[in-house]
Ligand binder design. Structure first.
Ligand code: GDP
Ligand code: CA
Length: 315
């Protein structure tokens, strides 16, 4: 069996732990297509927050308390940069993490595409799944906000980390999406998929930018297997993080039903054949989509593998 997972950062990474466990059990092959909309350059370094969350989590090097970055992290470089007054100071750059960004940036400057760089980084972390960025091209999520007396577009990370999503926000724009191409391997993986799983990632700023790459949404719609999503919302609340703020920008109700309808049924021109929700959301109805309720707390690998099993069975 071939499983393709569309994934963002921490929700995607935790879900992939379960997918990998399930795949080992049944002998399946897993490809993760990961969001790059959060990627940015800081202090000359190319940073890929979602790819790093997935690499570190699957490679056993993530700080699970903090939810991002490396375990046993130290912050000497960040402190030194602050002593120079070097902006921006709002983004956490750990010393161990910086090594990843240095290796990545050197390779990008040397002409390697992000997909090749990701493969190279994966030789160290051995994630146990094929990791692909959605695209090798520049695709950045920006938020259009009211700030400093005018309307401005700011990078998603500035919106999320610096402003804690607390500025009046009109919409999100995926800069560069129109001319982006799916990274090598993405369309082949989708074309061969027995099942496509949409991780319980942020639908607005993790999954939507993946689907914004021309051809990618179509490839999911035409995948030979079925498409099953897992709700990132349990009982009306994002389990962790600020997905509610992102949904509010789109005027989408923060509920399992709201996100399910945002994705839409494949037979109705949307994305999904199946939608996995938590037991407290079992009433959630999405037109043309089979909804099933199972516990969706990704507390450990075994629980998450159980979610994955339910998702695959739903397909
Ligand atoms: P980010 O890129 O690091 O923000 O991570 P993602 O977009 O991949 O995932 C963030 C989403 O994961 C949040 O909006 C949460 O709703 C969701 N999430 C986190 N933990 C859990 C969990 O245990 N169960 C479910 N169903 N969703 C979760
Ligand atoms: Ca992210």
């Amino acid at each position: 069996m071939r499983i393709v997972v569309l994934a963002g950062g921490i929700g995607g990474a935790r879900f992939l732990l379960g997918v990998r466990a399930y795949a080992r059990e049944v002998g399946a092959e897993v490809t993760a297509v990961v969001n790059v909309g959060d990627d940015l350059y800081l202090h000359g370094l190319k940073i890929c927050p979602d790819l790093d969350s997935v690499l570190y989590t699957l490679g056993g090097g993530a700080d699970s308390q903090r939810g991002w970055g490396r375990a046993d992290e130290t912050w000497t470089v960040k402190t030194e940069l602050a002593a120079y007054g070097a902006e921006p100071t709002w983004f956490g750059l750990g010393d161990r993490d910086i090594a990843t960004h240095l290796v990545r940036t050197n390779m990008i400057n040397g002409g390697y595409p992000l997909s090749a760089v990701t493969t190279a980084l994966a030789t160290r972390w051995q994630p146990g799944v094929h990791l692909l960025p959605a695209t090798d091209d520049r695709l950045e999520t920006h938020a259009v906000v009211d700030l400093d007396g005018g309307q401005r577009a700011i990078h998603f990370q500035e919106w999320w980390v610096r402003h804690r999503a607390e500025v009046p926000t009109h919409r999100f724009v995926f800069v560069g999406a129109e001319s982006a191409k799916p990274a090598p391997g993405v369309l082949d993986a989708l074309g061969a998929a027995d099942v496509v799983l949409v991780a319980p990632s942020n639908p607005v700023v993790s999954i939507a930018p993946i689907l914004a790459v021309p051809g990618l949404r179509e490839a999911v719609a035409e995948a030979p297997g079925r498409v099953v999503g897992v709700s990132p919302i349990i009982g009306g609340a994002p389990v962790r993080g600020m997905a509610d703020r992102c949904l509010a920008v789109l005027d989408v109700e923060c509920s399992a039903a709201g996100v399910g309808r945002l994705y839409g049924g494949r037979r109705a021109g949307g994305l999904l054949d199946g939608w996995l929700v938590a037991p407290e959301d079992e009433q959630a109805a999405v037109p043309e989509v089979t909804v099933r309720a199972v516990p969706l707390w990704m507390t450990d690998e075994a629980a998450t593998a159980g979610m994955v099993r339910a998702a695959v069975e739903l397909s």
